[in-house]
Write a protein that binds this ligand. Structure first.
Ligand SMILES: Cc1cc2nc3c(=O)[nH]c(=O)nc-3n(C[C@H](O)[C@H](O)[C@H](O)COP(=O)(O)O)c2cc1C
Length: 354
């Protein structure tokens, strides 16, 4: 299986399956001398952790990150940072029904056809459990980035959408409710919606908006590795992501240039920011912002028609502990992938000119 590494300079390789002994990662390329705040890493892990509220999966995992190398006396040494997160709450019996049958819209069919042998317990490597490693590594990347601030929040659940622009929101309130929407009234509607869908044995999709502030001018490589292209790859590599919209996004396609152009102030900042903080693939110092769309997860508790590995029609009903809506837990994952991308370009930029 190729493609378990993300980044060129700040590189994360992850390993492990949902129901194996442990998952973990190796970060290669983190410079020496970064002060590591373990509580900040733990806090991001808690935000992704299953069982954190009644609107997420009830799997109980401590998700404690154990660092094995690369950190000494509170600072990175420059050596590879190895870490593991033990899997402590496996229930493989919940997955025997998918051993020979395929959950519609999950990864069971494609893994089976591609590899001919798959770890069906909890979805194995296709499980979003792998994203816990991204969150741990992203928290280290954030500490390398210092003043660059990355904030994600839930802006839609199903057809409920927070229309307020991010500039009008108080980011300190993102975690004041379990759905992670920084608007109390909208948050309670979203929570009620997720509970209603869960009661029906169904799932629902949603959108996370992410804003990156205090980014210096010059991050991003202007041809194949444009900053927004790499952010798109980072986000689309997260399980269940179906859409990525950057800056003015699809709305920009409906506008005239005279409305869309971001006119300059004399100091090089711009009066508007429909470019989303990136021009020509390079950050221009304005806020970077984008939206990430998550589908409703595939495992539903209702009966569905599917097929087994012999191509026979079978009926399937989801079992076990699943997320009715992933966006509340995916906020720290989006933030982590953004931090890994920015850290990678921040290091690359050190080589861009004398
Ligand atoms: C935080 C998070 C939690 C998830 N939880 C579940 C889950 O409980 N059940 C499920 O079927 N899929 C869940 N998924 C989605 C699957 O991992 C994903 O749909 C699957 O790997 C197939 O990949 P694809 O949807 O990207 O094609 C979750 C995704 C994320 C980001």
């Amino acid at each position: 299986m190729a493609g378990n590494t993300f980044g060129n300079f700040f590189k994360l390789t992850t390993f492990g399956e949902s129901h194996g002994e442990a998952i973990g990662g190796v970060i290669d390329g983190c410079p020496a001398g970064v002060s590591i705040d373990l509580d900040a890493i733990e806090n991001q892990m808690m935000r992704r952790r299953p069982g954190q509220s009644d609107i997420v999966t009830q799997r109980k995992e401590a998700d404690t990150v154990r660092f094995l190398s690369g950190i000494f006396e509170g600072k990175t040494t420059g050596a590879p940072i190895g870490f593991i997160i033990e899997n402590t709450n496996q229930k493989p019996a919940d997955y025997t029904h998918i051993k020979d049958s395929y959950r519609p819209s999950h990864a069971d069919y494609t893994f089976d056809k591609k590899y001919g042998h798959r770890d069906y317990r909890g979805g194995g490597r296709s499980s979003a459990r792998e994203t816990a490693c991204r969150v741990a590594a992203g928290a280290i990347a954030s500490q390398l980035l210092g003043a660059i601030a990355i904030t994600g929040y839930v802006s839609s659940v199903g057809d409920l959408t927070l229309e307020k622009p991010y500039q009008k929101l108080d980011f300190n309130t993102v975690d004041s409710n379990v759905v992670r929407c920084p608007d109390a009234e909208m948050a309670s509607k979203m929570i009620a919606k997720i509970k209603e869908v869960k009661k029906q044995g169904d799932t629902i999709g949603g959108i996370i908006t992410c804003v990156i502030q205090n980014v210096p001018v010059g991050l991003g490589e202007p041809v194949f590795d444009k900053l927004h292209a790499q952010l798109g790859k980072a986000m689309l590599s997260i399980n269940a992501v179906k859409g990525f919209e950057f800056g003015s996004g699809f709305k920009g396609a409906t506008m005239n240039g005279s409305e869309h152009n971001d006119l300059f102030n004399q100091d090089g900042t711009t009066k508007s920011n429909l470019s989303g903080g990136v021009q020509g693939g390079i950050s221009n110092g304005m806020d970077i912002y984008f939206r990430v769309a998550f589908k409703p997860v595939a495992t539903i508790m209702q009966k569905q028609q599917t097929i087994n590995s012999k191509g026979e029609k079978v009926e399937m009903q989801g079992k076990g502990r699943h997320d009715p809506c992933v966006v509340p837990r995916a906020v720290p994952i989006v933030e982590a992938m953004a931090a890994l991308t920015i850290a990678d370009f921040w290091l690359a930029n050190k080589l861009s000119k004398l």
